[in-house]
Design a protein around this ligand. Structure first.
Ligand code: FES
Ligand code: FES
Length: 158
């Protein structure tokens, strides 16, 4: 299989790698860069566990070719918590929105993206935005509450 050099920025660090031209971004993140916070579950774009931010927008890394991120910026869950937990992470912890935790990295990155686009979402808007992220454990109630509370706190801080 042909290989290609890619240079991209992951969590603020420049990386240069040789990857197979058909290699998926999720494999490069997990296997080459040891960023295992990005979870591999369905592998077919149906669960959201592998969500990362590409230029600040959520993408499914199980459906993204590594060569397509050449020259771009990727943020994984490891990249949002450099100085302690991010506010969304804190809200998930406070509201017990985590059980097994497998869906949590993808869920948190989606929630961050939502709050950037829409700082004061309604419950329906939160449910709609997170509909592609499957959670087997929590029943979603605590997740929605965590996102809502994070938005409220943020808006009070303004
Ligand atoms: S692992 Fe990518 S959407 Fe499920
Ligand atoms: S907390 Fe277990 S899948 Fe969501």
């Amino acid at each position: 299989m042909k290989k290609a050099e890619i240079e991209f920025t992951v969590n603020g660090k420049k990386r240069t790698l040789f990857v197979k031209t058909n290699e998926l971004l999720i494999n490069v993140l997990r296997n080459d860069l040891n960023l295992t916070g990005t979870k591999y579950a369905c592998g077919i774009g149906e669960c959201g566990a592998c969500t990362v931010l590409l230029e600040g927008r959520p993408v499914l890394s199980c459906l993204t070719l590594a060569v397509d991120v050449n020259g771009k910026n990727i943020t994984t869950i490891e990249g949002i918590s450099k100085d302690g937990f991010d506010p969304v992470q804190k809200s998930f912890l406070k509201n017990a929105a985590v059980q097994c935790g497998f869906c949590t990295p993808g869920m948190i990155l989606m929630a961050k993206s939502l709050l950037k686009e829409n700082p004061n979402p309604t419950e329906d808007e939160i449910r709609d935005y997170l509909r592609g992220n499957i959670c087997r454990c929590t029943g979603y109630t605590q997740i929605i509450k965590a996102v809502k509370e994070c938005a409220n706190n943020h808006n009070q801080d303004k």
